[in-house]
Structure formats: structure tokens, C-alpha cells
Ligand binder design. Structure first.
Ligand SMILES: Nc1ncnc2c1ncn2[C@@H]1O[C@H](COP(=O)(O)OP(=O)(O)OP(=O)(O)O)[C@@H](O)[C@H]1O
Ligand SMILES: [Mg+2]
Length: 265
């Protein structure tokens, strides 16, 4: 268990405006966290549009939503004579099967957000399962959907740390301000911080009008290497050492208080 987990996993949710680098940063966070080979890391793609699997080199056959829909249709067909325990066991098994795994890193995709109708029983089971799966890991990194709607109760409930991402634009920062406001009401987290991404040569984050109450935990430069990896569909696990990874490690230390050296090979 991590020294910072207070008995549970460190669950980091990454959020921000569309296109600012949430998926890239989620992938880099998962990569850096998994460098401690004694730690188990789960990366969750909670963006219905997907992308994190690609950035981490995982392909999974089914999303959590696929499993949810399968179970709903089976329950409807069979008039469900199964006990809740049986349904739960069947779901646990399928969810475990839907995890991609490589070394000490695992990956799961949520798929679509909650679909039509209110299948509260299944949805609440899923929520339980998310929590029980997360408990088997030291670190969980969740790549969220763009915008503020998905400081998503279904998956964000157990979040311990919030990473907000923005570029230097006012639009990006405005979303961050809204996110913080919503998150403060809905998520009981231990720490939150802003990573300013894509800072070009000659630009500075120093004069940035950071919304009140938000701490900048890292500033990531615009990187041709990173852009090229992404263009070629190469996983962020292949990102070479340099200022980008240095800043990711620095941000993790600022966010969680876990010393940076724990994140180095
Ligand atoms: N520091 C960086 N340097 C260069 N390119 C970057 C950097 N960060 C992100 N990018 C590029 O910006 C684009 C958007 O990044 P990414 O997909 O991570 O954003 P996102 O916030 O997840 O987007 P969406 O809201 O669509 O999910 C990608 O092509 C990525 O390669
Ligand atoms: Mg994304």
C-alpha cells in the first residue's frame, strides 16, 4: 500500500476543457506512477470518446458499459431469478476480465456514460465494483470527459486527488474555475491542483490569472517529441526523459506529498 493512501488507493482524476491535454497527462501520470514496480496502477478511461488506451498502448475487448448492458438484457430476458449476490459475482468476474494488464499497470474503459432508463440496481452494483477494483491498486488515474458535467458521480465519488489541466487560454482557465467549484461541492478530495500544459518557448505561466483557491502544481512545455509520438500512435510509456516527465513527477509530488524520488526508476 502507498505511504499516502491512508489505507486506500490514491485516486487521481484528471479534468479540464476539451483538447488541453487531459489524456496525455493521464497517460504520463500512470506511466510515472508505474515506475515504482512495487506499486499497482490502474488507468481508467472515463471519457466516452476514449483515447487513454491508445496513449498507453492498451486495447480492451469490452468497456464497463458493454458489461452493464449485457447484464441488463440478461436480467430482462430471464426475468431475473438470480439473487443480487449471484448478479454481483457474475459482474465481478466480467469486470475483472475486461481489465487490460501489462506488468504492474492495468487499464479499464468505462465506455458510454449512464445510458437510457434507470437501472439503478445495476448502476449501483457497478459503483461498488469500481470501488472494490480500485481497492486492489495503489494508484488509480482517471482520464475524465471534457468539461464540468463529468465530475461524474458514478466514477468520481472516491476520488482523492483532482488534477485540473489547462492551456494558457482564458477559456481553459474558466473551465478550471467551474470545475473547482463543482468539485468542491461534490467530491471529497484530499488535494487538487492545476497543471498548465503546452507552454511554448518564450511564454510564461507567471502572469497567468489563476482562479482563486487553485494552486499551480506543474507547468508542462510544448513538446515536439510528445506531439510526434502522439502523431505516430506511440504510447506515452515511450516518452523519453526530459522536461515533460520532470514536470509530471514534480506535479505528483506537489499534489500528493509523495516525494518525487518514489516516482523515479
Ligand atoms: N505538452 C504538449 N506538447 C505537445 N503536444 C501536446 C502536449 N500536450 C498535449 N498535446 C497534444 O494535444 C492534443 C490534445 O491532447 P489530449 O488528447 O491529451 O487532450 P484532451 O484534453 O484529452 O482532449 P479531449 O478533450 O478531446 O479528450 C494531442 O494531439 C496531444 O498530442
Ligand atoms: Mg482526452
Amino acid at each position: 500500500m502507498t505511504e499516502h493512501g491512508e489505507g486506500g488507493p490514491v485516486i487521481i482524476a484528471v479534468c479540464g476543457k476539451g483538447g488541453v491535454g487531459k489524456t496525455t497527462i493521464s497517460a504520463l501520470l500512470a506511466r510515472v506512477l508505474s515506475e515504482d514496480t512495487s506499486a499497482r496502477v490502474l488507468a481508467i478511461d472515463a471519457d466516452p470518446a476514449g483515447g487513454l488506451g491508445f496513449s498507453l498502448g492498451f486495447e480492451v475487448p469490452r468497456t464497463l458499459d458493454d458489461i452493464r448492458l449485457e447484464l441488463i438484457s440478461q436480467m430482462e430476458e430471464g426475468g431475473s431469478k438470480e439473487s443480487p449476490e449471484d448478479v454481483r459475482m457474475r459482474m465481478d468476474y466480467r469486470v475483472a476480465q475486461s481489465l487490460g494488464e501489462r506488468g504492474n499497470m492495468a487499464f479499464m474503459s468505462i465506455g458510454r456514460p449512464e445510458g437510457e432508463g434507470c437501472y439503478c440496481r445495476v448502476n449501483s452494483l457497478l459503483r461498488d465494483i469500481m470501488t472494490s477494483i480500485a481497492a486492489g491498486f495503489d494508484y488509480v488515474v482517471i482520464d475524465g470527459e471534457a468539461g464540468i458535467e463529468q465530475v461524474n458521480r458514478r466514477v468520481m465519488e472516491g476520488v482523492t486527488h483532482l488534477v485540473m489541466v489547462s492551456d494558457l487560454s482564458m477559456k481553459g482557465l474558466r473551465v478550471v474555475a467551474n470545475l473547482k467549484e463543482v468539485a468542491d461541492r461534490m467530491v471529497h478530495y484530499h488535494g487538487a491542483g492545476l497543471i498548465v500544459n503546452r507552454i511554448h518557448n518564450g511564454e510564461s505561466a507567471l502572469n497567468l490569472q489563476v482562479p482563486p483557491g487553485i494552486h499551480v502544481i506543474g507547468t508542462i512545455p510544448e513538446s515536439d517529441t510528445l506531439r510526434r509520438l502522439d502523431m505516430d500512435g506511440i504510447s506515452m510509456t515511450q516518452m523519453p526523459e526530459g522536461p515533460v516527465l520532470d514536470q509530471v513527477r514534480y506535479s505528483l509530488e506537489k499534489l500528493t506529498g509523495i516525494p518525487r524520488r518514489s516516482f523515479q526508476i
